[in-house]
Design a protein around this ligand. Sequence first.
Ligand code: AMP
Length: 527
Amino acid sequence: MQAGMSFSELGLSPELLKAIEDAGYVDPTPIQKEAIPYVLMTRDVLGCAQTGTGKTASFTLPMIEILSSGRAKARMPRSLILTPTRELATQIAENFEIYGKYHKLTMALLIGGVSMVEQTKKLDRGVDVLIATPGRLLDHFERGRILLNDIKVLVIDEADRMLDMGFIPDVEKIVSLLPKMRQTLFFSATMAPEIRRLSDAFLQNPKEITVAPKSRPVTETVTQGIAIVNQRAKGDVLRKIIAKEEIKTAIIFCNRKRDVDTLGKSLKSHGMNAAALHGDMDQSSRNDTLERFKNGEINYLVASDVAARGLDIDDLPAVFNYDVPMQAEDYIHRIGRTGRAGRSGKAFTLATPSDVVFLDSIEKLIGNSIPRISVDGYETEALDENDGRKRGRSRKGGSSSSSNQGSKDSGSSRSKRRPREDRPAAAKEATPATEDKARTEEPRAAKPSPEKPREDKPSEAKAENRGGRNASPEKPSRRRQKPEGDKRARNKNENKGGRGGNREKEKTVIGLGDHVPAFLQKPARPS
Ligand code: AMP
């Protein structure tokens, strides 16, 4: 709409223009061109944009302008930015520092894992900008440490992720505590019907801005490849690709926290400069690890989705999916860590034959099939086209193939099998050999730990209860699937005795089953 427009034409003050210049930005990104003038007009904005598009500056820059006149009163912040994760909150705070360097705005960050005493002191002094995760904000509110009736600008960032993490009830509660007369800026990478409903409830006559086609990844700048290999070969294959492609820095995503730790240790044992990042680590170790990764002290960051969500790392050359994400949108978020701000990047995914359903839904979402790659010395496995649910069985000797067949439920499978990142780990430690089994078992261990801080954990559990992002009454929920998963896990255990034994065991036997000599085992007589 406003091609060729420069920052100076957007209505920003000279101080902001100077800060932008200091940051090295030459031209505004499309979302900045579109959103900044409307935010300055105090219009509500509904922005459909992913991270990497410059959306943070599209609201922080005009907010600084708006807040530059006026002063905050004690415990009464003037603006509120709600984000789903601590990392994103920290990044937004960094943005405020960069762009607000010629202003005297005060800011507080209310995130879990950080001392509440310090946060309370800041609130007492009065803050212009409050950046918070929903749980921690409500904690402060419920303890009477904060008043929300002076909020003039509300930003809800990554609304789709809020929904995904079960934060929406908290967000709705917070919004109900805010003045009706306010400006609301609402950002989401996707516009699912539930997100629409929320935006209708929270926004008044918003200017709607979409800067990227719905749910499209940065495919133009990220070269993608997928290796379909045996589960046990993944570690070797990962290191082979890293060596072959000469990748010096990368984020490596795992689906589960415990695999993040295991893989981190494994890479270190192979002499690689790697570290783990996941939601169970305390905030200071998370910050420390991130900082060390950002400044190049760590080369390979093994991470979980929530921990790495929205991470803004300049010039990250590559991303690996050590596991195929079970929710297609996570694939986009993951690969979007590389190829940012117009740079190129590479994204490699390691899949096993039983990932067919997840792969299918990812490829449907991105509208392309991901090129298959082969790795020297490792046989490319065939996707298990018939049944993505037969997890853990891999076929040897197949050739690479397209995954666009054989999946009847690729869309709905996302909601059915969504793993909860901060879910407590299943009882057993995963090893490569037990990974698929553990994946099946994991939903059974989905109870929130009572002593965890409120911010991440209970809401994760809430998302679990609500059936996650795409829960819909007519589709079977994950909970309803659990017995099937349990049964499969049980069958697997029972099957350990060898192939074909299962059919025998399915017959009811009199006596003590396996522990009784075979000659005593007889089929039960029909009564
Ligand atoms: P975001 O989508 O807000 O996470 O921003 C993605 C990256 O783009 C961040 O590293 C920003 O510093 C950078 N960025 C934001 N606006 C611009 C711009 N106008 N020109 C160049 N880089 C930008």
